[in-house]
Structures are given as C-alpha cells and as structure tokens.
Design a protein around this ligand. Sequence first.
Ligand code: AMP
Ligand code: FE
Ligand code: FE
Ligand code: ZN
Length: 283
Amino acid sequence: MRIDLHAHSTASDGVDTPAQLVRAAAAAGLDVVAITDHDTVAGWDAAAAEADRAGVVLVRGVEVSCHADGISVHLLSYLNDPADQALLAELTRSRDDRVARARRMTERISADYPVTWDQVQQQVPPGATVGRPHIADAMVAAGVVRSRDEVFGTVLHRESPYYVSHYSPDAVTAVRLVRGAGGVPVMAHPMASRRGRIVSDQVIAGLADAGLAGLEVDHPDHAPHERAHLRGLAAELGLLATGSSDYHGDGRPNVLGCCTTAPEDYRAVVEQGRVGLAGRGVS
Ligand code: AMP
Ligand code: FE
Ligand code: FE
Ligand code: ZN
C-alpha cells in the first residue's frame, strides 16, 4: 500500500484542482491520498467525488495554521467533522486575516518590485485560502522572478523585511479543537528549518500532552538525521509517525508519494478518526 497523507489543491496554494489532485494520486500509483489544504475544507467534496472514479482512497484533512513560542506551526487534522463550529470559527478567522496580511505584504513589496494587490488577487482561485505562494505567482507572472522557490528564499522568507504574520490559534488550542471536532491531529514537518525557526522537543511534548496523535516524520524538507530524531521522539512520546509529500502540483518540486506513511500508522489514524467522530455522534 502506498499512502501519502499531505497534499494541496487549488482550495489553498496547490496548483491542481481537488479532482486533478486525486487523479494525479492515482497516476502516481498511490492507494491513499489525503487532501490537506491550508485552513479550509473547501476541496473535500470535489476530491471525494473524483476519488471513487479514480479508485483512490481519500483521507479528508486540513492543514491548520497555528503558532507556539512565536513560531509558526502547521497542524494536520484528519477526518474531523467538517461542520464543527469551534474549529470552523478558527479556520475562518485565520483565512480572513490571511487576506489582510497578503495585502499588507504586497504593499510592502510593491515599494521595491512591480507587483500590485490586483495582480496578486488574480492568482487566487475563487474561495481559495490566500498564501504567500499567490504573491509569488504574481511576481512570476510579472516577470520579476522565475519560480515560487526563488522568491521564497528572499522576498517572501519569514525573516524578510516584507514579511507580515497573520492570525492563528496557538498550537495547544488547535490540537484540542481538532480532537474536539473528532479529528486526528498530526504535527506537519516539525523540523522544516529552511522555512524559519522550529519548535523545541519540549513544545512537541506539550502538544502530545494536549492530545497530539502523531508527527510527520518523513517529509521532503527533513534531512535523514532529522527524520531519525523525530522517529525517536515519536516513539518516546507514544505518537504515530507519518510520511507525506506535501505536494503542491507544479508549485513545488515535491512529487506525490515521494514520502509515504506505513500502513499501520495510517490504520491508526483512521481508527482514531472513527472513534473521535463516533464520540461526538457523527458517523
Ligand atoms: P503562508 O501560509 O502564506 O505563510 O505560506 C506558506 C506556504 O508557502 C507553505 O505552506 C508552502 O506551501 C509554501 N512554501 C514555503 N516554502 C516554499 C518554497 N520554497 N517554494 C514554494 N512554496 C513554498
Ligand atoms: Fe502550502
Ligand atoms: Fe505546511
Ligand atoms: Zn502543506
């Protein structure tokens, strides 16, 4: 079984539509793929409809923006109730502030580069969660840079003077919200240091106490020694270990299935999700 538990669509900053994502997963020989757009469940229905046709098992997920110790943390939520009001309220708050934040970043950047808020908005599919990749796309379209990756190393980097943060819940709150919605919380790319500062093992232990289910150990942004460290930490804290591509279509070099999750960890995610939803009367 080939299982990839983290991928994006045009519901956030991926390049494939939800249906295209599912077809790409089938073409890549995956048996299971999770759709995990940033702060939204908007892609779930279209992906689910196509999954049956394509013969791929779809795991419904969200990549929840949050923070700990002033550091950005991404929390994958699997199989949560998509109608849970407490979780939805936080996702909506993050999504709304992402728009204001992208506008402010674009204004700062436009002082030095020829890119306008109008041009950025043209890069955002209707209803999609706005992110820095859409600013990157506008700069690529304007001929300022060649790729998303190029501009993430400079203008869009977290340490750049153009960077603006956006609202997000703290990570302990997010873990509790996901569990409260019957979902299974797994910390995404805990050691992706190329993107900015990463949290300490103590912070991860605190999240485990709050109900974290797992760590994304195998991820393209993790070096071999970081994967080894995370695998040990997961074992020590009694957490599942997952693996995934963090596919964004052509928007990043990550290929579907480049990192995968072992069947027993996948089954544990599904089982915890089943129990979680049953616990709140959702089947
Ligand atoms: P944001 O959520 O708006 O702060 O933007 C962060 C997103 O940018 C991440 O979720 C990635 O999808 C994307 N990203 C980060 N680094 C890169 C990169 N080097 N190239 C392309 N996309 C990136
Ligand atoms: Fe992304
Ligand atoms: Fe992420
Ligand atoms: Zn992601």
